[in-house]
Design a protein. Sequence first.
Length: 635
Amino acid sequence: MFDPQTLLLSVLLPPFISFALNGLIPPLRKSKYAAALAIFSVFISTLASLILLIKRPGGELIFEWIPAKLFSPFLFGFFLDPFSIVMFFIVSLVALIVQVYSLGYMSEENPSGLGRYYTFHSLFAFSMLGFVASSSLLQIYIFWELVGLCSYLLIGFWYYKPEASRAAVKAFWVTRFGDVGFAIGMVILWGATGTFFLSELFVKAPELPTAYLSLCMLLIFFGAMGKSAQFPLHVWLPDAMEGPTPVSALIHAATMVVAGVYLVIRLFPLFQFTPEVLSFVIWIGSITALIGAALALIQEDIKRILAYSTVSQIGYMMAVAGAGAKSIAFFHLFTHAFFKALLFLAAGSIIHAISTNNIWQMGRLSKRMPQTTILFLIGALALSGIFPFSGHFSKDEILVWMHVKGFRIHFFILLFTAFLTALYMFRTFFIVFMGDKEAKQHPHESPWVMTLPMWILGLLALIAGFPKESLFKFLGHDSESYHSYIAYLPLSVSILGIMTAWSIYQMKLFKPSNVAEALSPITSALEKKLWLDDIYEWFYRGILDGLAYLCGWFDRYIVDGIVNATSWYIKQASSQLREIQTGRIQDYLYGIIAALLLLIWLSLGVFPVKDRINEEIVKPKDHIQAPSQYLEGEK
């Protein structure tokens, strides 16, 4: 009953069955049972993934996708290893919590819309679970694109809002831009090795020339940059906040945004043979971490603050993966899933209560929403890396690894980012929950169907860092103990960030406007989002529109010109030829007689008839020799 293959299918199939039933049976999708079916299916997946986590099996399940006799059949498969097993648990558990929470958050949605919401959720969960366990690069890419499709559908769930539609299209195109690189790199790698299966790629690819393999991995990493919103392809993620808040929690904590990090971890046996690409990865991660934290400092939308926070934390994961510590990157992915989902759901609880995302229209919520206040505080402390919350353990591991392995520049960048992280998170906390102004909407605490999932995530955000050694042992990472002052720096810097936020936004020792004025060049650049959106807009309007104009001109004046000139010539020729069609029979008889005379003259004058009477007629039998004669001749 609990054999690995059965458990694997029990994780993967229930969400797909839920999606198929809700999608293909309209009466079910439009009823209240659509949500129940989706939640039950992901509960089965969570239970099966928990059993897998306890049993910790290994193995691979291979199927024939397209059987064939004339060529090799197309195979697909799934495998179980420590990373996929833990990821199963993260994805299914967070999906389950978010779906239960959505019953309260989406309670005002009509039944048809709610059924559509849960149908997309089921496909999202199935796509991410399939991506996690795929044993072939081609199969990974298929599920990768399914994850992108689901994000498009859920970000644009309220498609009748222009902002939501634009955000969905922006997310789709920016991530597709990165995926083009992924597809090209994958095909080039297949062309050199003749296989998509990871187990075979890990053996064959290292034999390729380093420059060739580096090109392949760099192109594949472009896909990870787009999916995980790494600089400069991070611009889609803040706009994705136009979707329902539970969707944001799922995307940021356990599915789409972490898919790029997981891809780097999964393909690390190939990345480790390309040091130049790993150097690029660590720089992209470090820059993204710093830029994401800096942009979060000046945001007024609570969901956008958390979105830029995700950009920054994914940068941490990418940086340490580029530094060679894939298990530490995965550990931060593990802890981040719980406290980031908690923060988004707590933000959703606030938005659900007062119907605004603007932090300056909130205030003193601690009195009216005590549970949400405590839970948001737990998430903020974990994100800031304060002991004993989970984020402390994983962020501490990242910074210590950077310092000990000699990545000093990246260490200081990430250390300063830790200060900014604590600053913007507690800026948000003090304004929203402890501010002077009180929210005008008279908010109230969310119902239990929303608070209970948040308490589960709050507990996980508190304790998820303690099994660090067990997790590292399971992942095959040799955890090293470093007794040095470096281990205390991240915590000290985070506390300093909290104290700075307290002095500015709670005690009012400094006016935020004065600080912004003193740093006006930096503030201006951050308010403009480093002009990246303007650059992309200029590129779109200037370059792409220019190319579109040139293509239009070529089509109008060259292609259409040739077609129109040809038709004009045919029309003129036909008008001349039309004059010989008089309709008089005698004119046609004159033409026939003239043609016959011309044919006679040609046959007599141009092509004279040869005298063939005295020519020798050669019969075919004189040239054909019997097989026996051939044999005698050979003898």
